[in-house]
Design a protein. Sequence first.
Length: 72
Amino acid sequence: MPSRQQLHDTIDRLPDTELLPALRFLEFLADLPPLDDEPYSDSERAEDELARQELARGERITLAEMKREFGP
């Protein structure tokens, strides 16, 4: 895993013209929500499999239908 010092060293090597894009990208990364590191559960697998089967049978609704039922 890279260290913070490696990151600082890399930033120090950037030309001035790249500082703003680098800052924007780092801010974007810092604002991301934490990754879901929970294990993929058996119940989630079962729900996903059920959804795949429903799609295979043509049991689906359009986005417009979903919005009418659940709101925008």
